[in-house]
Write a protein that binds this ligand. Sequence first.
Ligand code: ZN
Length: 371
Amino acid sequence: MRRVDSPDRLIVDLPNTIISTATKERSFPANRLGIQQIRLGQFQNRPPITRIVLDIDQEVADWETAYDPSVKGVRLVPAGQLAVIQKRAGNLLAVRLIGDRLIFVGDGPLQAKAEFTGNNYKVTFPGISLPAQTLSGPKLTTKGPLDRLRIFQDPGSEVSAVLALGPGIQVTKAESRKNQFIIQFNKGQIGQPTGEGPLVVIDPGHGGTDPGAMAGGRNEKTLNFQVAQYLGQILSQKGYRVVFTREDDRFIPLQGRVDIAEQVNANIFVSIHHNASENTATDGIQTYYIRENSHRLAKIVHRNLISRVGQPDRGLRTARFYVIRKTTMPAILVEMGYITNPAELALVSQAPHQRLAAESIARALDEYFQK
Ligand code: ZN
């Protein structure tokens, strides 16, 4: 999904989707939640792309999309409200391993029974189902507290998770907190980046079922991820502590990204995106912030990028993007170029350019932290 302005609208492209000829109605008035009307169109035939356009009021905040198995369709939800809307389903939405905590996220209050069974620790969630789509589970590393994690649907409506704890690892606390069930392990700093440097959360925009903007056979999510990886490598070498909101191609709701930044107590938050426009001549870089505590960071990053990467300056801007609005630490969102501009797409797809852009951001962070 992406947002374009003048006039303001949200565009959702459904790849490999053809509108049925039975669908006669192509435009639906809404006049609520800041949406004036919803339009449907076959944007492209080969390969097929169906485009949904929502004509919105200018002050409407961001929305997000997700595949909802309970209706076998795509839901458009005001950003951050995904969990609320899916409530009646009683699903386990995600499992995250953040530092020394394993966090189960449900779409409603999550109650659990937990017990040791032999060498394993078993958690059972009554009345909860696994979503039909693949549950995004954590990546287990040798540094982490878990050797294995198995999650399955029991007969009846129960989900169980069996944790094989790593050597020397103990569970020190397990508790329900609203929509989350959190298991705390003994070793502080497990999986948590060690060191003294500033902690930077890098947020590669989109992922999984959400490709972001698409143009020229490329997905925004992939470019975001590549730049984020370079940035993470460079910052780690410089002594920063780095946490990614996603380390592979998966869907993470916007609130999930905010949660990660808050839970690791990040010093700053950097969201990486690429832009799209109906005007294929549009190109250049924009840096967004919204809160006052983020202005200096945005200014320094934008100046370093513009002076080094050779792309046009489309300005330091404010916008109510969810991830930079709902986080509390200085947070920015950088649009690294327009993938709808063929020349700029070719440029930002090249690894050396991605590395240069990442280096420019890293230099900016040095300046920001006065290293
Ligand atoms: Zn984006």
